[in-house]
Design a protein around this ligand. Structure first.
Ligand SMILES: [Mn+2]
Length: 432
C-alpha cells in the first residue's frame, strides 16, 4: 500500500481583501498541516503547483516555503512539487538537485522527457512531474508550430513519455482540465486565470496515468473519472468558496493497484461567513450570528480543542446603505468584516460589462484599456503608470504566453481580471 497527501494551490503570499495571509494565517495552516501529516503518516506529499501567489514572491512567503520544505524533509517522506502558472519555475526550484538526497523532487521547466521518480519500498509508484504547460513553450521545445492549443501542447508532451505500466503511475500537473465541452470543473472566484476556454485540456489525455493529482482550479473535485482530481486550495481564498468544505485529499494505492481517496479535516486559520439582506435585516441578524460563533468556540474549548474558529465576513447589502451604515455593520459583526458589498436595485455592481463587439478587433493593450474604462465607475481609465506596466506585462507574456493566449482575438472577463491583478500587484509592490 502507498499513501500520499494531494495538495495544490497553496498561494503563499495571497492577500484576501486586505489581509496578508502570509503574516499569520498561512503559517498557521502549515502547522496544522504538519500535525495532520504526522497523524496520517503518508509515504509522500504532492504539491500540484501554485506554491506561491506570484512569480516574484515576497520574503515572508519564501521563508514560509523554506520552513515548510525543511519540516517535510525532517519527516523523511517523498515530496513531489511541480510549478503552477503563478510560480516562477526557476525561483521555485532553487537548490532542487540538492533536495533529491532528501527525497524532495521539484520540477523545473518542461523537457521532452519530464521528471519522473519511482519510489522504493513495498509498493513502488512512479510519480511524473509536469510543470504548467504553456502552449508556446511546448511549440518551441518541439519546434512544431502546428501546436496551436494548450490541448495539443499537452498531448504532444504526454505522447513523448514512456510510461511503464508494471507500477502504478501518478501524474502531478497544473492545468485547466475538462472532461468534455459539456462537463467542465466548477471554478472558484480565486483562480485569477483564464477559465473562459483558453488553456483547456482534455482529461482523456491522461489515460495512461492511474491517478492525476491536479492543481489550478481552487474547488476540490474530480474531472471525469474519480482518479483525475483537483485537491483545491487548502484554505479559503475567495468568498465564492464559502459553502465549500476544505479538507486534505488522502490518496491510497492498494497493492492490487486499485486507487481510492478519503478526506481529512484540518483546523483552518479562518472560516468564511457571508450574509445578504437589507441594511436593517443585516443589522438585526448580526448579534445572533456573533453569539452563535461564540457558542461554537465555547463548545470547542470545552471539548479540549486548542483552536478557536475565526470568521471573516462578507455582507451583501441590498437597497443601499445609510450614511455611516458601514461602520454600524462593522461594529455589529466585529472586526473581521472584510467586505461590505452594496447592491442597489438594477444598478448592480456584481456583474462586469460584456465585451462589446467593436472591442474584438483591437490589439490586447487597446482592448484592456477600453474594458478597464468601462469597468471603472468614474470612467477614468488607466493611469500613465498603469499603462506603462500593461505594456511591459504584455511584452513579457509574448515570450512565455502567460495569462492570455495571444492568438485569441478577444479577452475574456477573467483575463482582464488576471491582467488587472498583475498590474495592481506591481503598483502595490513598487511602494515596498
Ligand atoms: Mn492557483
Amino acid at each position: 500500500m502507498f499513501t500520499f497527501i494531494h495538495l495544490s494551490d497553496l498561494h503563499f503570499g495571497k492577500i484576501l481583501h486586505d489581509v496578508a495571509l502570509v503574516q499569520e494565517h498561512q503559517p498557521y495552516w502549515v502547522e496544522r498541516f504538519l500535525e495532520a501529516m504526522d497523524e496520517v503518516n503518508p509515504d509522500a506529499v504532492v504539491i500540484a503547483g501554485d506554491v506561491y501567489d506570484t512569480r516574484n514572491p515576497d520574503q515572508e512567503s519564501i521563508l514560509l516555503f523554506d520552513y515548510f520544505l525543511t519540516e517535510l524533509a525532517k519527516r523523511g517522506k517523498y515530496v513531489f512539487i511541480t510549478p503552477g502558472n503563478h510560480d516562477s519555475h526557476v525561483r521555485l526550484s532553487v537548490g532542487a538537485k540538492l533536495y533529491e538526497d532528501k527525497k524532495i523532487y521539484i520540477a523545473r521547466n518542461i523537457e521532452k522527457e519530464i521528471m519522473h521518480i519511482t519510489t522504493t519500498g513495498e509498493t513502488p509508484v512512479t510519480f511524473w512531474l509536469l510543470p504548467y504547460v504553456f502552449r508556446k513553450t511546448v511549440a518551441s521545445l518541439l519546434e512544431d508550430e502546428s501546436i496551436d492549443t494548450y490541448d495539443t501542447a499537452l498531448k504532444a508532451i504526454i505522447d513523448l513519455q514512456k510510461v511503464d505500466h508494471t507500477h502504478p503511475n501518478v501524474l502531478v500537473a497544473h492545468q485547466n482540465v475538462i472532461a468534455s465541452a459539456e462537463d467542465k470543473p466548477e471554478p472558484s472566484g480565486s483562480e485569477s486565470v483564464n477559465i473562459g476556454g483558453v488553456g483547456e485540456v482534455l482529461a482523456s489525455r491522461f489515460d495512461e496515468f492511474d491517478y492525476v493529482a491536479l492543481g489550478h482550479i481552487h474547488n476540490g473535485q474530480k474531472v471525469g473519472r474519480e482518479t483525475i482530481r483537483y485537491s483545491g486550495c487548502p484554505m479559503y481564498y475567495d468568498f465564492s468558496e464559502v459553502n465549500r468544505k476544505k479538507a486534505l485529499t488522502i490518496v491510497t494505492i492498494a497493492d492490487d493497484g486499485s486507487i481510492s481517496h478519503t478526506y481529512k479535516d484540518i483546523y483552518l486559520p479562518y472560516y468564511l461567513y457571508q450574509a445578504e439582506g437589507t441594511f436593517e435585516e443585516l443589522k438585526k441578524q448580526g448579534p445572533a450570528w456573533v453569539a452563535s460563533v461564540k457558542a461554537e468556540n465555547e463548545k470547542l474549548r470545552s471539548a479540549g480543542c486548542p483552536y478557536e474558529k475565526l470568521y471573516y465576513v462578507k455582507l451583501i447589502v441590498k437597497g443601499g446603505i445609510p450614511a455611516g451604515g458601514q461602520d454600524v455593520l462593522k461594529h455589529v459583526y466585529g472586526r473581521n468584516v472584510l467586505n461590505i458589498d452594496p447592491v442597489s436595485g438594477n444598478n448592480s455592481t456584481g456583474s462586469s460589462p460584456k465585451v462589446s463587439s467593436e472591442v474584438k478587433d483591437l490589439d490586447l493593450a487597446e482592448q484592456f484599456k477600453q474594458m478597464y474604462q468601462q469597468r471603472d465607475p468614474n470612467g477614468r481609465g488607466l493611469s500613465d503608470v498603469q499603462q506603462k506596466i500593461l505594456e511591459v506585462i504584455l511584452e513579457s507574456q509574448e515570450t512565455d504566453g502567460e495569462y492570455i493566449d495571444n492568438d485569441k482575438k478577444m479577452m475574456s472577463d477573467s483575463e482582464v481580471d488576471a491582467l488587472l491583478e498583475e498590474i495592481m500587484q506591481i503598483v502595490n509592490g513598487s511602494s515596498e
